[in-house]
Write a protein that binds this ligand. Structure first.
Ligand code: SF4
Length: 225
């Protein structure tokens, strides 16, 4: 049996509501995303968790203003940039509040990280501690690769999140359970269950709106035609 691909969802906490929507849509397809809230138990170090992104088959990145200013998100970017074939393993989703595809708009992120580095350096010089040293090193790494990240993501075909996720006809169709067909279409529980759309597509030659063949309620739940 084929192993299910591992898909990592990288996002800033300021975008967690969008992350929940994506996560729940993937769950409807019976696919579980790796994301911090569920997959980073208390005893796992946050760095250990974030390193998983480098080993995943695909990384969905919700790139927003908050993402580009987040130390943790940029740590995940660093992990990804260190892997081979980055272009095949990243699905960048650009949110509305950033416009870094326009080269002039990138300067605010260069300025932001320069300012963070400056503050940390002042603290390092004053207190000479390991934590300020680590932070300084990490921020410098982020700053050094920021332009490479922008260039790589700009080279990929990218769409605004609202266009691909909320407006794409495919996603709109399968979110509306009134469109279901077959046993799921006739079922009394379709608005609270909906069935597995991935199983339906696999069984019915790609028809993701048809009945879920794995359902034990299919017969009981379905109204007689
Ligand atoms: S037939 Fe089964 S899988 Fe389909 S909606 Fe009803 S309960 Fe859910």
């Amino acid at each position: 049996m084929n192993k299910q691909p591992t898909i990592f969802l990288s996002y800033s906490w300021s975008d967690k509501e969008i992350a929940y929507i994506i996560d729940s849509d993937f769950q409807k397809l019976n696919m579980t995303l790796i994301r911090d809230e569920r997959n980073a138990p208390y005893r796992t170090s946050i760095e250990e968790f974030m390193q998983q992104i480098g080993k995943s088959d695909l990384a969905i990145m919700l790139i927003s203003d908050g993402f580009l200013k987040s130390k943790n998100c940029m740590y995940e970017v660093l992990e990804l940039l260190n892997t081979k074939e980055l272009e095949k393993r990243i699905l960048p989703v650009i949110l509305e509040d950033t416009n870094f595809l326009n080269i002039q708009s990138r300067t605010k992120y260069y300025d932001y990280w320069d300012e963070e580095i400056k503050k940390t350096k002042e603290n390092l010089d004053k207190y000479v501690t390991q934590d300020f040293f680590n932070e300084f090193k990490h921020q410098k790494n982020i700053r050094n690769m920021l332009d490479i990240f922008f260039v790589k993501v700009s080279d990929l075909k990218t769409e605004k999140f609202q266009d691909i996720w909320l407006k794409a006809p495919l996603f709109k169709t399968f979110r509306d359970r009134a469109n279901l067909k077959g046993s799921c279409g006739k079922c009394d529980y379709k608005f609270i269950c909906g069935g597995c759309r991935a199983r339906s597509a696999a069984y019915h030659n790609g028809d993701m709106l048809n009945g879920d063949p794995g359902c034990i309620m299919g017969v009981k739940g379905a109204k007689s035609a």
